[in-house]
Design a protein around this ligand. Structure first.
Ligand SMILES: *[C@@H]1O[C@H](CO)[C@@H](O)[C@H](O)[C@H]1NC(C)=O
Length: 73
């Protein structure tokens, strides 16, 4: 596998994990405890990472919500 292909693969995996965390948070209110990260820089990046997942999650919900292949139960 090329470096680029690997990078893309890892990125997609990271986004999927982030999206799962967003879904978990929306459904259960559970979210990673970022206060335990002492380094502000890293905590800031983690916050952005989680926000990215939320964006993807919201986008998916909006897309599926307006799709005729999905129905609300
Ligand atoms: C946080 O971690 C980054 C990268 O490891 C480092 O460059 C930075 O100095 C650290 N910041 C603090 C406040 O410890």
């Amino acid at each position: 596998m090329t470096i680029l292909g690997k990078t893309i693969h890892v990125s997609i995996d990271l986004i999927l994990v982030s999206t799962c965390l967003a879904g978990l948070r929306r459904n259960t209110g559970l979210t990673p405890k970022l206060q335990t990260i002492e380094n502000i820089t890293i905590r800031d990046y983690m916050t952005r990472y989680l926000n990215l997942g939320e964006s993807v999650y919201d986008y998916s919900v909006a897309t599926c919500g307006s799709s005729s292949y999905f129905v609300r139960k």
